[in-house]
Ligand binder design. Structure first.
Ligand code: HXC
Length: 256
C-alpha cells in the first residue's frame, strides 16, 4: 500500500508513502490516491489532511523515470489522470489541507494546490520545476497557481522553475500559514479544527461559490453566488444558525 488512509476522529489523513523516491507519484500511486479520496468521500470525515511520509518530502512530483519513453497518447492520458484525481480532491465537500513538510515539487505542489488549504513547515521547499526537465506542469499547476497567487507571480515561478522557501510562499499566499511545531498530521488537524464547528452544506456551498466564481466573469459569478446563497438559506443548518443567534445560544449544526 503506497497511499494510506486513516480516520483520526472527524479527520481523515491520507499519507503518501514512498519514501525512497521522496513520495514521488507513480501512476499506481495516483490510482491509489484516487481510491483513498473516494474512501474519504464515503466516510463520515469532516476534514481531510494530506501528508507525505517521513521528514524529507511531502511529494517530489510525478515519477520522472516513469514519464520517459511514453507515447504522446499515453502522456496525454497520464496528464488527464492526474488532473482528474486532483480535481476530485478539490471538489470534496469537506475542507482539505496539504501539510508541506520538506519538498513539494511539480505534481506534489499541484496536489497541494488542489486542496482547500496549504500549510508549510519552516523547512519546506516548493516549486514547479518542470521547465528544467523540458516539461510544463500537467496536473493543474498552470491553472490553479495563477488563480491562487496571480498571473505575474505564477508565470515567474513556472517559467523559472525556481524553488520557494516557506516564508516567501506564505508571503505571496501560496501557503496559508507556516507552522513550526508538531507532526504533519497534527499540524493539519489543528489547522482544520476551526472549520469543524460549521455545517458541511455551508462550507461546501461557500467553497463552490468561490471556486466556480474564479472560473467565470464577475456577472456570472454573482449569479452563482445568488443561487448558492439561496440554497444555503434553505438548509436546516441556516434555520438553526439564525435561530441560535436570536436565542443567544451556540448553534447545533446537523450538516443538513
Ligand atoms: C522519481 C525521484 C523524484 C521524482 C526524487 N526522486 N524525485 N524519483 N521521481 N520526481 C528520487 C531520487 O531519484 C533518489 O532516488 C531519491 O528520490 C532521493 O532524491 P535525491 O535527489 O537523492 O535527494 P536530494 O539530493 O535531497 O534532492 C531532492 C530533490 C531532487 C531536490 C527533490 O530529488 C529533485 O529535484 N527531484 C525532482 C523534482 C522534480 O523535478 N519534480 C517534478 C517532476 S515532473 P535514488 O534511487 O537515487 O536514491 C512533474 C510533472 C507532473 O511532476 C505533470 C506530468 C504530466
Amino acid at each position: 500500500m503506497t497511499v494510506n488512509t486513516a480516520l483520526d476522529g472527524d479527520i481523515a489523513v491520507i499519507t503518501l508513502d514512498r519514501q525512497k523516491a521522496l513520495n514521488a507519484l507513480s501512476f499506481a500511486q495516483l490510482d491509489a490516491l484516487d481510491e483513498a479520496i473516494a474512501q474519504v468521500a464515503r466516510s463520515a470525515a469532516r476534514g481531510l489532511v494530506v501528508v507525505g511520509a517521513g521528514d524529507k518530502a511531502f511529494c517530489a512530483g510525478a515519477d520522472i523515470p516513469e514519464l520517459t519513453g511514453r507515447t504522446l497518447h499515453e502522456e496525454h492520458e497520464g496528464s488527464r489522470l492526474g488532473q482528474e484525481v486532483f480535481e476530485r480532491i478539490s471538489r470534496l465537500r469537506i475542507p482539505s489541507v496539504a501539510v508541506i513538510q520538506g519538498y513539494a515539487f511539480g505534481g506534489g505542489l499541484e496536489l497541494a494546490l488542489a486542496c482547500t488549504f496549504r500549510v508549510a513547515t519552516p523547512a519546506a521547499r516548493m516549486g514547479l520545476p518542470e521547465i528544467k526537465l523540458g516539461l510544463i506542469p500537467g496536473y493543474g499547476g498552470t491553472q490553479r497557481l495563477p488563480r491562487l497567487i496571480g498571473e505575474g507571480r505564477a508565470l515567474e515561478l513556472i517559467l523559472s522553475g525556481r524553488t520557494l522557501k516557506a516564508d516567501e510562499a506564505e508571503r505571496i499566499g501560496l501557503v496559508n500559514r507556516v507552522v513550526q511545531e508538531g507532526t504533519p498530521a497534527g499540524i493539519g488537524r489543528d489547522f482544520l479544527v476551526p472549520y469543524l464547528q460549521y455545517g458541511l452544506p455551508a462550507l461546501d456551498l461557500a467553497r463552490q461559490a468561490v471556486q466556480r466564481g474564479m472560473q467565470t466573469t464577475l456577472e456570472h459569478g454573482l449569479r452563482i453566488e445568488r443561487d448558492l446563497s439561496t440554497l444555503a438559506y434553505r438548509t436546516a443548518d441556516a434555520a438553526e444558525g439564525m435561530q441560535a443567534f436570536i436565542e443567544k445560544r451556540a448553534p447545533l449544526f446537523k450538516d443538513a
